[in-house]
Design a protein around this ligand. Structure first.
Ligand SMILES: [Zn+2]
Length: 95
């Protein structure tokens, strides 16, 4: 599946930067990876925020994982859209 159907160079708004189609293809391979510790924290958060009393539809999706880019690294945090709780799951031992 091609997520970047651009045929020509794509200009980034408010920038003089342009990318070729090949360079944009590289973005589709960018991923954010959770460490085993961060994955365990995410699993625990999901267990604590099942909210069986609330109908979340067929596919759920009330737990979000955000990645905040900082000068010391990428900080993952989780958020529950039902109760609004948010917490960092960062593995600070990797900094
Ligand atoms: Zn919750």
């Amino acid at each position: 599946m091609n997520f970047f159907p651009f045929k020509k160079k794509k200009e980034i708004p408010d920038s003089n930067t342009t990318f070729t189609e090949e360079e944009l293809q590289g973005f589709s391979e960018s991923t954010f990876i959770l460490s085993p510790y961060e994955n365990a924290c995410l699993d625990a958060f999901q267990r604590d925020h099942r909210h069986p009393e609330v109908n979340k539809g067929a596919i759920g999706g009330h737990i979000s994982v955000d990645f905040t880019m900082t000068s010391i690294g990428c900080i993952p945090s989780v958020r529950c859209s039902i109760c609004g709780k948010e917490q960092s799951i960062a593995d600070y031992s990797k900094f």
